[in-house]
Design a protein around this ligand. Structure first.
Ligand SMILES: *[C@@H]1O[C@H](CO)[C@@H](O)[C@H](O)[C@H]1NC(C)=O
Ligand SMILES: *[C@@H]1O[C@H](CO)[C@@H](O)[C@H](O)[C@H]1NC(C)=O
Ligand SMILES: *[C@@H]1O[C@H](CO)[C@@H](O)[C@H](O)[C@H]1NC(C)=O
Ligand SMILES: *[C@@H]1O[C@H](CO)[C@@H](O)[C@H](O)[C@H]1NC(C)=O
Ligand SMILES: *[C@@H]1O[C@H](CO)[C@@H](O)[C@H](O)[C@H]1NC(C)=O
Ligand SMILES: *[C@@H]1O[C@H](CO)[C@@H](O)[C@H](O)[C@H]1NC(C)=O
Ligand SMILES: *[C@@H]1O[C@H](CO)[C@@H](O)[C@H](O)[C@H]1NC(C)=O
Ligand SMILES: *[C@@H]1O[C@H](CO)[C@@H](O)[C@H](O)[C@H]1NC(C)=O
Ligand SMILES: *[C@@H]1O[C@H](CO)[C@@H](O)[C@H](O)[C@H]1NC(C)=O
Length: 407
């Protein structure tokens, strides 16, 4: 089809626009002789996903992205290649570079995005799979050298693997868009926090913003919708043994079930309702102000039905009463009377023994020590009393946990 010549024209004659185009079925692969040029697209073999050029709402910039194909209504973009480097006109293309990487070029031939891996072969194959994954394979055995699933944008798709390594800190994260018209990296990220008992976290500029509560075997116990959802999420959290935890779901992509981290820091489950022919939301977190990480500070208790929402636990008072009265709760609360444990260590008067109060509907603390098989609740209590840095224990069943701090 003479496309090779066309590419040379683009590369060498910077000021000439190429007038050739690909006719017929675009297929599911991108090759050097078959790049995609705005507004062309490739479609996965089973026609489930499309990769092409798009402009976000209220934007004229062009980006290369992946979305569901064969949907009549507006459909969310699931992955964006050049999210931080938009093309400012319709002269962009996605092709292969000399080093066999996938690249997005503008009309001037400048590299706006690259898969940017060291490949070691001149030839590679880029293919959009029916899972919505853009994969780059190279070498005689067609080894996987890069995939979009390992570099997600803001959306989790079934079969993606969100990993986090506790030792190296290496994480696969979802990164929010800046706004609905700007896919560049925003302030929120989300992924597995592998420290202690693994949880799912949303971070705001790297600081904890929301957490799921620990993994309960089939779901995170602090996401209420994850229990009841008709579209059972089917997640697993695997311990890979080297400090790596991997969250993945093996739902059939035909369900069109996705999880998106919005530019406002909400994590939502959305799915395509085949009956209504529209996108629906199942649940989103954080769902109340009490879901915001550390809203009431240490030893503060949050109840979204109360006004004000924050109170100090029994036996505690606001650390800074004036701030607290103004609704700035993040400094939290402090103990009225020190614990016997500390008093003994301090060599001061021994006084009354420590005990516990029971609190229900609490999230388990982050970074708790996990004890898989205590013989009894008493054992937890005794261990906690022995250790001055232990301030609470929690008993967890299949239902939400309860327990409480000593007083
Ligand atoms: C797009 O722009 C219009 C007009 O400024 C505005 O009303 C609308 O909310 C914008 N849409 C989004 C999604 O930002
Ligand atoms: C495309 O959508 C139509 C209408 O919803 C459906 O009948 C058809 O099976 C779909 N094709 C594929 C390949 O998913
Ligand atoms: C588009 O981008 C090119 C290359 O980055 C730049 O030279 C050109 O001035 C831009 N055009 C507009 C209209 O911004
Ligand atoms: C490729 O990766 C290297 C090292 O991480 C980085 O310095 C470089 O800017 C990247 N290039 C592109 C085109 O993204
Ligand atoms: C790969 O590219 C290098 C440099 O362009 C060339 O010397 C070599 O022959 C190429 N190898 C193959 C297998 O095409
Ligand atoms: C980080 O994790 C990704 C995905 O699991 C992996 O491909 C990459 O090699 C890791 N990087 C480092 C430095 O360990
Ligand atoms: C991101 O956070 C910074 C620092 O808090 C803030 O200045 C900026 O406006 C935020 N950007 C967006 C898009 O929310
Ligand atoms: C321990 O003693 C020091 C110095 O007397 C005092 O400042 C601190 O508050 C005491 N801590 C507790 C927990 O009683
Ligand atoms: C005491 O509890 C802290 C916090 O739970 C823990 O890190 C530490 O290892 C415990 N110390 C002992 C001696 O068990």
């Amino acid at each position: 089809m003479g496309l090779g010549n066309c590419e040379v024209a683009v590369a060498l004659l910077l000021f000439l626009s190429c007038s050739c185009s690909v006719y017929g079925d675009a297929g599911d692969t991108i090759t050097t002789s078959q790049p995609i040029k705005d507004p062309e697209a490739v479609v996965s073999a089973g026609k489930k996903f499309k990769l092409g050029f798009f402009s976000p709402v209220n934007s004229t910039y062009r980006y290369v992205g992946i979305w569901y194909s064969n949907i009549s209504a507006a459909t969310p973009v699931l992955w964006v290649a050049n999210r931080n480097n938009p093309i400012n006109d319709s002269s962009g293309m996605m092709t292969k570079s000399e080093d066999a990487n996938l690249v997005v070029l503008n009309g001037q031939g400048e590299v706006l995005w690259s898969s940017n891996v060291s490949i070691g072969f001149n030839q590679s194959t880029a293919q959009l799979t029916d899972d919505g994954n853009l994969v780059l394979k190279a070498g005689p055995n067609g080894n996987l050298v890069w995939q979009s699933f390992q570099q997600p944008t803001d959306t989790y798709l079934s079969k993606m693997r969100l990993s986090a390594n506790a030792r190296t800190g290496n994480k696969t994260l979802l990164m929010s868009w800046r706004s609905s018209s700007d896919p560049s990296v925003g302030n929120f990220s989300a992924g597995v926090n592998p420290l202690g008992v693994p949880e799912f976290f949303i971070w705001y500029n790297g600081h904890p913003f929301w957490r799921s509560g620990p993994w309960g075997g089939k779901n995170f116990i602090g996401i209420p919708g994850m229990y009841t959802s008709v579209y059972l999420d089917g997640f697993s959290l695997q311990n890979e043994g080297d400090g790596t935890f991997t969250l993945s779901s093996i739902r059939d992509p035909a369900f069109r079930l996705t999880y998106v981290l919005t530019s406002h820091g909400k994590f939502k489950e959305q799915y395509w309702d085949y009956g209504k022919q529209g996108w629906e939301y199942d649940w989103e977190v954080p769902s109340t102000e009490c879901d915001i990480y550390g809203k009431c500070g240490p030893f503060g208790s949050c109840d979204a039905q109360n006004s004000p929402i924050c109170t100090c636990l029994k036996g505690f008072v606001a650390k800074h009463q004036d701030e607290w009265n103004k609704g700035i709760w993040t400094s939290g609360c402090v103990r009225l009377t020190s614990l016997q444990c500390d008093r003994i260590q301090n060599g001061s008067e021994v006084g009354k023994e420590d005990g516990f109060i029971k609190l229900e509907m609490m999230k388990v603390p982050t970074f708790a020590d996990y004890w898989p098989y205590p013989s009894s609740e008493q054992e937890c209590k005794d261990e906690c009393l022995k250790n001055c840095s232990c301030v609470a224990y929690v008993v967890c069943g299949p239902a939400p946990c309860d327990g409480g701090p000593p007083h």
